[in-house]
Design a protein around this ligand. Structure first.
Ligand code: SF4
Length: 215
């Protein structure tokens, strides 16, 4: 186990709130969202522009863990920004797991931290490659991710999806129309049929929280 240094540790925090998980395989699960401040990428359609800069918003880990513990929610989603830019991510994950709550990390999959190795099999990593990073996926994320979430926009096509045959074979791929737009929903359905004809089952899912105007 990591040595606990909760008292001295801070997390660069953008926001902490409760809602439902609105995206991917765990859609509908009630969750505490911990949004990390700072991202190494700049996607053109990013819906969290205020979470991108690496401005200092250090909040004591102890305070964050106490807040999470107050909520009855059994699931915690660490998102961003990009969670792997937070050097104290392993301490946050360790603290949440000690509460017997499940942990999900939503990542753009370009980064990894060696200290996450000991928790990797206990958590749900959602890998969401981005066009602006050339669809890069760190080998460790590829090894441990339980889900591949692909935003369907003008950049995504069948050739890109076929680069992720390992995920396609595990039937853990979600196609998410960008911004819940009708044009991308239709494109997602077409990609789903193309993949079906190649023997792969994928899900098409909207951003549930946005349909119902949740945070
Ligand atoms: S990786 Fe995520 S947080 Fe970063 S710019 Fe892209 S959509 Fe925004």
């Amino acid at each position: 186990m990591l040595r606990s240094k909760v008292g001295k540790t801070t997390i660069n925090l953008n926001d902490l709130y409760t809602t439902i998980q609105g995206e991917g395989l765990l859609s509908g699960v009630p969750a505490v969202f911990v949004r990390i401040q700072g991202c190494n990428l700049r996607c053109v359609w990013c819906d969290q522009p205020e979470a991108l800069s690496f401005s200092q918003r250090g909040v004591e880990l102890e305070r964050i863990l106490k807040l999470i513990e107050l909520y009855p929610h059994g699931h915690v989603v660490i998102t961003g920004g990009e969670p792997f830019t937070e050097e104290n991510l392993p301490y946050l994950v360790e603290g949440i797991l000690k509460m017997n709550k499940s942990v999900q990390i939503e990542t753009n999959c370009t980064l990894w931290q060696e200290r996450m190795e000991e928790f990797a099999s206990q958590i749900h990593i959602t890998c969401s490659p981005k066009a602006c990073a050339g669809w890069e996926v760190h080998p460790k994320i590829r090894q441990y991710a339980k889900e591949l979430k692909m935003v369907v926009d003008q950049n995504l096509n069948l050739d890109v999806l076929l680069k992720f045959e390992d995920f396609l074979k595990k039937q853990c791929v979600v196609l998410q129309p960008e911004g819940n737009k009708e044009v991308f929903f239709q494109k997602a359905l077409e990609l789903q049929v193309n993949l079906l004809n190649l023997g792969y089952q994928v899900r098409v899912l909207p951003q549930l929280h946005k349909l119902f105007h949740l945070k």
